[in-house]
Ligand binder design. Sequence first.
Ligand code: SF4
Ligand code: SF4
Length: 409
Amino acid sequence: MQTQLADDIKSTRIGEEADAILRSCVHCGFCTATCPTYQATGDELESPRGRIYLIKQMLEGNPVSHRTQRHLDRCLTCRACETTCPSGVKYGRLVEIGRAYVDKKVGRTLPDIVIRKALRTLLPYPRRLAPLLKVAQLLKPLLPKSLKQKVPAVQSVPASAATHHSRKMVALAGCVQSAIKPGTHRAALKIFDRLGITLTTPPAAGCCGAVSYHLTQHEEGANFMRHNIDAWWPLIDPASASPHEAILITASGCGTMVKEYGAILKDDPAYADKAALVSALAKDPCEVVANEDLSRLKLNPPAQKIAFQSPCSLQHAQQLNGRVEATLKQLGFKLTPVPDGHLCCGSAGTYSVLQPEMAQSLLNNKLAALMSGAPDIIATANIGCQLQLECKSTRPVKHWLELVAEAMV
Ligand code: SF4
Ligand code: SF4
């Protein structure tokens, strides 16, 4: 695609990056076939190709409006279009640039500012989120049905005993996940202990930065990233006596963000090299477990049938499609088929809060697809998807690591 970016952006680093992405798009439209928002609306401006065109127009200095902003906001950043695109267009990166640009040009309405600020003030901080959820639990019986289903069941789990293996990996407990579903981290500790790997969880590490970053607060997001790098560095520093061999991130949405630290901080002289190493070490559990001796887990898998919901962050952003399913089958779990597995469940980070109508419609479709094989349990690999599915699911929704840990004898 030919481009002629406006003077205020064309020679900036962001402008050059956006220009290269725009030029890689040949406008073929293959991506529209797998875009959930295009499928739902039939509107070209709700498709990847349409949004790319909007971003091009905007960066070329054409008028921008709240309408442009709405079309970009309605994108789930699920990146199904990236999986489909034959030209390797980095749409996810382009839409981040486009969103930040349109926000600067047209601003946000007051209600939008308030809700976005509330999300950024609350979600990354488990110590703020946990007490609020306790209050919501107490008030749950009094809430209308539509709100009731949004209050998640908060797990309470006993502390895990420390393990001491020669093999060590760093683990990220996460922010929302550690406040609502600490059982996932506990399951990871149990499984990796059985595999002969100690997981070290530095308490200073926290939110991966995705909440702020995806709400166009890029510098705030980058500060979360720097904070985590500082917390992890003593454990992974190649100059240390025995550096940890990987950084394990059990929520695939957070894993996607950590794998991007290197690209995001590449122009920060103090952090570029460290961020690149962090991203190189970042692993989803499915990347590690599949390479270990699975017989060490000593499993007695349940007879129940499992429908696995593959998060977009796992299959499209990290390109790990089918890996969890293959491991679960290898471990003896019974999986049901899930049609249209490439489509988003509507969670998409803060999307389910900011775009509730589209999110609910996608959730209904996803649950119908998951239930078509009559499963007893739904499994996933990301906290956001787990909470979204739990809102309406008639079956328990668990992280797949919890299923494996529960089946260990
Ligand atoms: S993003 Fe890829 S698939 Fe979509 S129109 Fe551009 S080149 Fe074609
Ligand atoms: S990221 Fe998802 S919702 Fe956004 S344009 Fe691509 S396929 Fe459509």
